[in-house]
Ligand binder design. Structure first.
Ligand code: NAP
Ligand code: ZN
Ligand code: ZN
Length: 351
């Protein structure tokens, strides 16, 4: 065992606090990583506050991890000490079910092992995430990061990046498509950059009038204030695909009606409470689809990181100290994120 330090939620209604715990010694196929930066995903907040149920406390959140390899097991062939690497939302899966065999480990029939709040296959204990100084992960769930990219801006690619890249690819977004992105937070701002890089015409739907200029800078060709009925009406029947990243329950019909014939809206936001049920009529009248999508597989995550390196894409971040995390959570709840908080792990000190 190696001692690790981090920040944990000790209960759903308590702020995150300094926490000490143990990481396993690297096994033959493990990589030990010193964490340089960890992004702050809205899922971290949902889980730290037990909004989805099932959180095991203490909970050390964090699944947008980048850092450097400090130790490798004897059978590790893919990484060596000093390599720049990343870890996303998964640290293992069954590896044998049809989803895993197809490289879709996120849809593992047995459930993937989450980077935090998962069941560690080695100890049977709970997994602890990236709001910490080090982590030990099997080499098959470690990603290679181009050391030339600004590392803090790469961290959010490990969740926000892949969660938006995967559906854009699956629904084959490309040049000539008109794509809507709903919500300009961590996921939404990555969706703008990625959809733009894939050649789409991009329309951003936001509740925040203050984000219009930023949305255009980030890749939106058009920005629509979603509370303005006249603006919304102007886009009816016009979009091929919508990626909805909103973290709160809302009226899905308002967006479904913007899809053209055979269009799809894919939900990636996971609000604590359900959305009001959309109308069947709205789906039927233009053979529209409502879908969902979960992060992305390991091979696809590597593909996304390589795509971002090629296109010079990283997240727009606000770098924070570890002890600013509770304030960052509060700002995230107010939709006040520009556009992803990233924790500088150099600020995490032993107490
Ligand atoms: P975030 O940074 O907080 O962004 C969410 C954005 O949604 C806000 O910035 C805001 O954008 C909009 N919004 C928030 N409350 C709203 C409301 N009441 N009505 C309308 N719009 C609202 O969150 P995130 O990290 O991008 O995560 C978004 C959601 O995706 C979370 O539920 C998270 O758990 C989930 N998630 C899912 C996956 C997956 O695999 N499917 C992966 C990661 C995260 P505007 O100010 O522009 O309106
Ligand atoms: Zn996430
Ligand atoms: Zn599986």
């Amino acid at each position: 065992m190696t001692k690790a330090i981090g920040y944990a939620a000790l209960a759903a209604d308590r702020p995150l606090t300094y926490y000490e715990f143990n990481r396993r010694e690297p096994t033959a196929t493990d990589v030990e990583i010193e964490i340089a930066y960890c992004g702050v995903c809205h899922s971290d907040l949902h889980q730290a506050r037990n909004e989805w149920g099932g959180t095991i406390f203490p909970c050390v959140p964090g699944h947008e991890i980048v850092g450097h390899v400090t130790r490798v097991g004897a059978q590790v062939t893919r990484y060596k000490v000093g390599d720049t690497v990343g870890v996303g939302c998964m640290v293992d899966s069954c590896r044998t079910c049809p989803s895993c065999e197809a490289g879709h480990e996120q849809y593992c029939d047995s459930g993937f092992v989450g980077t935090y709040n998962g069941t560690d296959k080695h100890s049977n204990g709970v997994t602890y995430g990236g709001y910490s100084n080090r982590i030990v992960v099997d080499q098959d769930f470690v990603l290679r990061v181009d050391p030339k990219l600004p590392l803090a801006g790469v961290a959010p690619l490990l969740c926000a990046g892949i969660t938006t890249y995967s559906p854009l690819r699956h629904w084959q977004v490309t040049t000539g498509h008109r794509v809507g992105v709903v919500g300009l937070g961590g996921l939404g701002h990555m969706a703008l950059k990625l959809a733009k890089a894939m050649g789409a015409e991009v329309v951003l739907f936001t509740t925040s009038t203050s984000k219009v200029a930023d949305a255009k800078r980030l890749g939106a060709d058009h920005v629509v204030i979603s509370s303005d009925a006249a603006q919304m009406k102007a886009w009816r029947n016009s979009l091929d695909f919508i990626l909805n990243t909103v973290a709160a329950p809302h009226d899905l019909d308002a967006y479904l009606s913007l899809l053209r014939l055979d269009g799809t809206m894919t939900l990636v936001g996971i609000p604590a409470e359900a959305h009001p049920s959309p109308s069947a009529y709205n789906l039927i009248m233009k053979r529209r689809s409502l879908a969902g999508s979960l992060i992305g597989g390991i091979a696809e995550t590597q593909e996304m990181l390589d795509f971002c390196a090629k296109h010079g894409i990283t997240a727009d971040i606000e770098l924070i100290a570890m002890d600013e995390i509770n304030h960052a959570f509060e700002r995230m709840l107010k939709s006040d994120v520009k556009y992803r908080f990233v924790i500088d792990m150099a600020t995490l000190k032993q107490k």
